[in-house]
Design a protein around this ligand. Structure first.
Ligand code: OAD
Length: 257
């Protein structure tokens, strides 16, 4: 099947689906100018995760870890949702339910207007008190103090993100699993499908009969399990699918009259 046929197939599958999950990774934000992790210019090509994104790194050198997150916050701050994020937000009202389950911490799905968002790996604009666990939102860029200190109790604040070696929030994970059990179609967009447990979500969905459409310029471990795998950029492919989907909906409505 060539790419046009795959896009057509994806639109057909979407037109028959009611409950949709968009499972996203850093690739969906790359066209907004935010680096991915494992690509050619990916963050893990330039930095060592164990020095910057682990509990051990934070307890050894919180200032260094915060300086890195402050640098990333500065990169993300002025970035805007691209057509990929925008199409997902446009689809809010098109289906009985649409959940965005994202590994991204950049907040661009919210900025685009998506409504039901599960952030599996946290959010870079949130800080968490290391003593009390209180989460606060702080968009200051650069941060006023590094490392930031909790205004209530004076303890160190940490980024409200998941680091290597940490578990995902069990409530969020079970909500994601619950939503997937109700879904009839999942779009897996811009993720290498290498990082677990997040990567198990589309894998499990595919195994339990949910139709899976992958959108990624490269193949991934999910590719052989997906019903359709479209080699392309999210910002190109999603608007193409949307155009065809809108035509299908118009034609169906025309026939119903
Ligand atoms: P990766 O960097 O591992 O993978 C990005 C994927 O996006 C690759 O498969 C690319 O081919 C694809 N891609 C690049 N540009 C794209 C585009 N324009 N449209 C669609 N796809 C595109 O990023 P993630 O899969 O998000 O975790 O990584 C998963 C987790 O690993 C992250 O959440 C992060 C990281 O370590 C934590 O920090 C806990």
């Amino acid at each position: 099947m060539d790419i046009r046929e795959k896009v057509q197939t994806a639109a057909q599958l979407l037109s028959q689906a009611d409950n949709i999950i968009a499972f996203t990774g850093s690739g969906i934000s790359s066209e907004s100018g935010i680096p991915t992790f494992r690509g050619k210019d990916g963050l893990w090509k330039q930095f060592k995760a164990q020095d910057l994104a682990t509990p051990a790194a934070f307890s050894t050198n919180p200032k260094l870890v915060w300086e890195w997150y402050d640098w990333r916050r500065n990169i993300i701050a002025d970035k805007q949702p691209n057509p990929g994020h925008k199409i997902l937000a446009e689809w809010n009202d098109l289906f009985s339910s649409l959940y965005v389950i994202t590994q991204n911490i950049d907040g661009l799905h919210q900025k685009a207007g998506s409504e039901n968002i599960i952030e599996l790996h946290g959010n870079i604009w949130k800080l968490r008190c290391t003593k009390e666990g209180t989460v606060t939102e702080d968009h200051s860029c650069p941060l006023k103090e590094i490392p930031p200190i909790c205004k209530k109790c004076g303890a160190l604040m940490r980024p409200h993100v998941v680091w290597f070696g940490e578990s995902l929030d069990t409530k969020l994970l079970s909500e994601a699993v619950k939503m997937c059990s109700k879904a009839d179609l999942m779009l897996a967009i811009g993720t290498s499908s290498l990082v677990y447990p997040a990567a198990s979500i589309p894998m499990t969905a595919a195994e339990s009969g949910v139709k899976v459409i992958e959108i990624n310029p490269e193949s991934t471990p999910l590719t052989p399990r997906a019903d359709t795998s479209i080699r392309g950029k999210a910002g190109d492919v999603l608007p193409e699918i949307s155009d065809i989907l809108n035509n299908i909906i118009r034609q169906t409505k025309g026939r119903e009259k």
